[in-house]
Design a protein. Structure first.
Length: 297
């Protein structure tokens, strides 16, 4: 069967007027009349454009089902260039097209993101129960863009000024996605945000860490009792900071390393000198008090 290549090109360019001109007026598309299909396609195009997409890629394929009436019917997988969401259309004849649950593109497998349903209804994510359609798709795109907003600096050392600003900028988005964090790319954004939020919390405890370091018993005053008292005094602070992970940092002399890696970023270490020293000091003090006391005798 011959497929109208002009129609495929129009869909790829998100050109609704051209699609409208090329669609058979009495045809059936995605289980609905052409006019209804056009309304759904218009909604899809508008959301894709709002999400940063201005074109689709079309990959030829066919229905791969062994039990479907449309087995072997040709069609195309359409994948958004920016957001990577996708949908397919197979053509039963020149007047009728539908979506396929077992579509297989020719040649190599094509990476794809969320699946769009053009059938009557709303957007649907292929791996999960139905989501809130267009809003969910837009949320995924915003999360991708928000993550890239800071991951673009992966090749440079960034300090708190970068990620504090990023956290403020995307706080409302983070609050919105908490119930969706089991799904990509929302999960990745949520994870990144929570990690950088934890860094901000740790920096906020730097002054307490500095006070704790200064309060640590001097060698001439250190004994089991004084060390134990110090550990008890700052146990809560330790509980708040012990999960800090500073890969490659020297606990005694953190200034020797300008940065540490975290989630693909290079985080400036100078914002954490006191926190790193406190963590090291607390761990050393509590590791083996008996041996330390013997050394002090």
């Amino acid at each position: 069967m011959s497929i109208n290549q002009n129609l495929i090109d129009a869909i790829c360019m998100l050109d609704l007027p051209r699609v409208r001109a090329l669609l058979p007026r009495n045809g059936t598309f995605a289980m609905q009349h052409s006019a209804s299909f056009l309304k759904k396609l218009e909604s899809v195009f508008l959301q894709l454009k709002a999400n940063g997409d201005d074109s689709l890629l079309a990959f030829p394929g066919a229905c791969n089902s062994k039990i479907c009436d449309n087995t072997g019917c040709p069609g195309f997988l359409f994948v958004a260039v920016h957001s990577e969401v996708s949908f397919n259309l197979i053509f039963e004849d020149a007047q009728c097209a539908t979506q396929c649950m077992d579509f297989k593109e020719h040649g190599i497998a094509v990476p794809r993101g969320e699946n769009i349903s053009l059938n009557p209804g709303v957007f649907r994510e292929a791996k999960s129960v139905a989501q809130s359609g267009l809003e969910y798709l837009l949320l995924c795109g915003r999360c991708k863009e928000a993550s890239q907003d800071i991951l673009q600096f992966h090749d440079r050392v960034i300090d708190k000024n970068y990620y504090f600003s990023w956290l403020e900028k995307h706080q409302i988005l983070y609050d919105r996605i908490k119930e969706h964090q089991s799904k990509d790319p929302i999960r990745d954004f949520g994870h990144l945000y929570s990690i950088l939020e934890r860094l901000r919390t740790h920096i906020g405890l730097s002054e307490q860490a500095r006070e704790a370091i200064m309060a640590h018993p001097a060698p001439e005053d250190a004994n089991r009792e004084s060390l134990s008292h110090w550990c008890e005094t700052y146990e809560v602070l330790w509980d708040q900071l012990f999960d800090c992970y500073f890969e490659g940092m020297n606990g005694q002399n953190p200034e020797q390393s300008p940065a540490f890696p975290l989630f693909g970023l290079q985080i400036a270490s100078y914002d954490f000198y006191d926190v790193i020293r406190f963590n090291y000091l607390y761990l050393e003090t509590t590791s083996n008090p008996a041996e330390q006391e013997e050394m002090m005798v």
